[in-house]
Design a protein around this ligand. Structure first.
Ligand SMILES: Cc1cc2nc3c(=O)[nH]c(=O)nc-3n(C[C@H](O)[C@H](O)[C@H](O)COP(=O)(O)O)c2cc1C
Length: 162
């Protein structure tokens, strides 16, 4: 295979940029969040989304361990939010820092107050094959929090793919 062609072409796949959160936002249960771009809708009925999650990550452990996750749609004007959630967490505390969040209605996973909106998903399938697993989530709740355009990977200098 032509490795350069593979990388160039796979990086042409258009992607959004999201913060995927999991855990329990109420009480002192641990919460987790990470920036994800390998995410797409996969079915109308039932409404499904699927995302690639690095197998050996804290994110994978949290999403699959909780059996649920929230996809937070980030405003185009808030690139810093996406940056915060792919950086190493501070030694004390989580990536959420001073970002306000609240429990999602069905699962209690954290919803970022600054998001345009969110879909809340329960994990219905995990396909383990490569270095990322495909996590399939059924959308069980959705809310719009504010008007605005979503942040896209192409709005940033970052690459994740190839
Ligand atoms: C632009 C960008 C997009 C990313 N997209 C994904 C993704 O779709 N899936 C994934 O598993 N990690 C993705 N990551 C990496 C995670 O955000 C990063 O590994 C995060 O630190 C997870 O670490 P943790 O699981 O230890 O919390 C992306 C990183 C960047 C910079």
């Amino acid at each position: 295979m032509n490795e350069e062609a593979k990388k160039t072409l796979l990086r042409m796949i258009p992607h959004g940029l999201y913060v995927v959160t999991s855990g329990k936002a109420a009480g002192d249960g641990p919460v987790h969040g990470f920036t994800a771009t390998w995410l797409t809708q996969a079915s109308f009925k039932p409404p499904l989304v699927m995302m690639g999650v690095r197998k050996d990550s804290q994110s994978y452990a949290s999403v699959t361990g909780n059996g649920a996750f929230v996809v937070n749609f980030i405003p185009k004007s808030d690139r810093a939010m996406a940056e915060r959630f792919f950086q190493a967490p501070p030694a004390s505390g989580s990536r959420f820092g001073d970002q306000p969040f609240r429990p999602a209605p069905a699962t209690g996973a954290p919803v970022l107050e600054a998001a345009l909106g969110f879909v809340e998903c329960k994990v219905v399938h995990v396909f383990d094959h490569g270095d990322h697993s495909v996590v399939v989530g059924e959308v069980i709740e959705a809310q719009i929090l504010q008007a605005g355009e979503p942040l896209l990977l192409s709005d940033t200098p970052w690459k994740y793919g190839g």
